[in-house]
Structure formats: structure tokens, C-alpha cells
Design a protein around this ligand. Sequence first.
Ligand code: CS2
Length: 501
Amino acid sequence: MDRLSNATLDRLPKSIQKPRYERSAIATGIVHLGLGAFHRAHQAAYTDTLLADDPRWGILGVSLRSADTRDALQCQDALYTVSASDGGNVQRRVVGALTGLMVAPEDPAGLISRLADPPVRIVSTTVTEKGYSHDPATGALREDDVDIRHDLLHGDRPRTTLGTIIGGLKHRRAANIPPFTVLACDNLPSNGHTLRGLVIRFAELADPELAKWIADEVRFPSTMVDRIVPATTDDDRASVAAALGLDDARPIMTEPFTQWVIEDDFGVGRPGWDQAGATFVGDVAPYELMKLRLLNGAHSTLAYLGYLMGRETVAAAMQEPGIARLIEEMMRLEVTPTLPALPDFDVAAYCKSLLNRFRNPALQHRTWQIAMDGSQKLPQRLLETIRGRLAKGQPIDRLVLGVAAWMRYVTGIDEKGQPIDVRDPLVQRLKALADEAGPVAARLAPALFSVRDVFGTDLPADPRFTLRVEAALDQIFTIGARATVNRLQGIVPFDTCNSDQ
Ligand code: CS2
């Protein structure tokens, strides 16, 4: 079968939307760091919608680690398919917004010079939580990180996202080119503000003059990004090829829902992303908190509990009556009251739509995928909510289940005695603590509380938190995750009903 490419675009079936613009006339106005599926399904799709009216905003997509995505997309002129399904209809479109592809480690100096191109006015990031080289509990720069130390010494060939951004800004300042706007698009609270603090701190260590210039001149708007985009499977590639009549080695499978709320604070111009459905606002913080605590908090809880119950996907985990009820109650009773008011926004309807999105049978979103990098995710997804509730003396019984399930998960052995492939930047430390403690809640919970990067110093000192997590973990060890959740929910398992008869 032929490959999707510029030359084969006109062979696409009519039902498949394709770029309505002349691709060769698109300029590169955005450099995006982190060319994963999420960016391609989200920001690149918004941008694709408006390129016909404004050709200034093509995207140079930069992979930060492996060359796989670049290699695959290169053979298809950086075109790819986005398929959106709610379990019924599938809408497919081919996105053409990528004007170039790079792999950062292959040519870090070349990347810096691209960042200094005058037409580039935005540098955006989806580098995942761990890509910010910061301490997730405090937001502070990890100054002792080996890659940060490397970049402080070798600013011309950076390894980190921060070093790359600073390298580009330094070049622009030296060449008297106005700075680009830095647009953070990861699931971090106040992501723009957080990134600004990290970039400035890094620059202070490297070049205080530059740090001052950045603080005065560079904008870092915050954004709330939302679209569920699971990793693509071979089955997805096969179904896309069948629909297109062409091979696409990097298709995206996602849901119809998409949301992007952006703080309207750009230095040197921005695309009219609102014409493509994004919302520009003065303050993103309430939207970010809502999304992080409701969607992502629920996602992580579903991931750890679901995985422990042997449920491979989020949709399958939602078929556990105990989990579905837990998630609904957690969002309504424990998370929603911690959120700042958003005028004209119906949070109850938002929660309802989240439950439907989690149930979407078309998304093969693996619990294992979401379980990754828990040490970087837990603080903003669950622990901040817990802090807020403890400060008001409110109960946290549902929220602690996700924390306890994470502790059980990082032991690296599941409930059937099988190994778990735990992926986390702290995996060695977590595993060592878990091995030393053994499967005993009274030992494992305190051992993991000592990981300050995750829990800070306040939570481990608050028995209202520690005793509840420990009790939940103890139940998970003794009766298993399913029975623990069901017991909290008062759900009598079917087999117990039978044996009672
Ligand atoms: C997920 C997110 O992998 C994860 O941790 O919770 O990627 C989630 O799917 C997105 O934030 C949805 O917008």
C-alpha cells in the first residue's frame, strides 16, 4: 500500500478532511518541543484549522529523545491522520501543520539557531511533567540534576528543555531579535508561571543579565490543555490504513472532545486559535485546577486501582461498579468543593461528561500508560486537593485510595504476584524503599512518605493523612484493591451474595 504523503493526498476518500491550504506556502512561526501524540492531536490540530487563513504559523516539531517519530513522519511529508471516535462514528482528518521535523539530541546547536529565526514567535512545550527538571512538590529547579548541570556548562548544546529555551532566547537577545513567547502545554498547575520561574532561575545561574532580560521581556502564558490521546496500537494503524487506502505510520486515535484555554499574554503576535475553538482568557488558573484535579486526579486513581484489579484500559476499569461509583463521588464530594468558582461554568455537567469520556469504548487507553510517572503527577492531581481539604478539616476518604493504590503499584508486583513494569523517574528509589519495607502497610507507607519530592514535609507530618493512607494500603494488601474499593462503597460483591444464599 502507498504511503500518506503530499503526492497521495488527493487520493484520500472524500469523507476524510485534509489541509485546505497550499502546504509549501506555510511559514514556520512555532517551534514545538515534544512531538508526542498529544501535541499532534491537540495544538497541531487547532493550528491546522487556521492555516488556510493565516499561513504564518506552521510548526517545526521537535522530538526530544528518540528519532522514531521523526523517521516515520519524514517518509510521509509530516502528514498524519487524527481519528476521533466516541465509540460510534469515527471522524478522520489529515493534519498538515508540521512544516519541519527535528530530533533535539542529533543537533542541539542547530535547534538553537532555529529558535532564533525571526519568524518564529512561539516556542511551545509538551515535554511531560518530568521534562521541566523541577521538584514536583515545590516547583523548584533541580539544580543538582545531571542534565541541568551539563546545560549550565555547555549552553550551546543543551540536553534539557530549559537549556534549549534559554539557548534560543540568548541568541535572540544577542542578535537583537524580539523574544518568542514560551507556551507551556503540559498538565502542571500554572504551567506558564511555573516554567517562567524555572527558566529565570536557570538563567540566573548561567547569566544573570540574561535572566533579567527574560524576566522583563519574555511572556509565558499559562494554558489548560485537554484531549484524551492514548498511545496508538497496530490495530489502529491497520484500521486507519483501511479507511485511507494509504499507510500512515503515525496515526492518532482520540476522542471528539477537545479543549484549550489560553492566557492571552503573547509578546509578538499569536495565531487566532480561538477561530479553531480555543478560548483566550485573562486567567487560566481556575480552568487548570478544575482539569487537573477532576480529570487527571480521577485518571490517576482509575489507573492505579484499575491496574491492580487487572483492568487493562480506563474504559474497562470504569466497568468495575466500585470504581465508577468511587470516581463519581470523589469528583462530586471531595474535589469539586476545593475548586475556585468559575462563573457560567457548570462543574456538575463537566463531571458527568468526564464519566462518559472515561467510558468511551473506542479509546484503548491503558491504565499502565496513565500510571507512568506517578511521582511527578500525584502532587498536583491528588495531593494538592488533599491539602486543601485537610486545611478545612474535610474528609479525604476517597482521595487517599488513589495514593494508597499508587504505593501498592510501585512495589512492582501485582496482586497475582506478577511483575509490574513501573516507569517513573524515581523508580529506583521507590523500588528500593518498597523492597526494604516489604508488603506491610505500616512499613511501606512511612517509607514512601519520606520521598519529599512527592509529599513535601507537611503531609507526612499530618496523621489525618498518613493514618488514612496507611489504613487504605493495609486493606489493599490484605483484601485486594477491588474489595477495598467495594467496601468503601458498601458494594456487596456478587460471589458473596451467592455464598450467603
Ligand atoms: C493522562 C493525561 O496520561 C495521563 O496521565 O491523565 O494524559 C490525560 O489523558 C490528558 O491530560 C487529557 O487531557
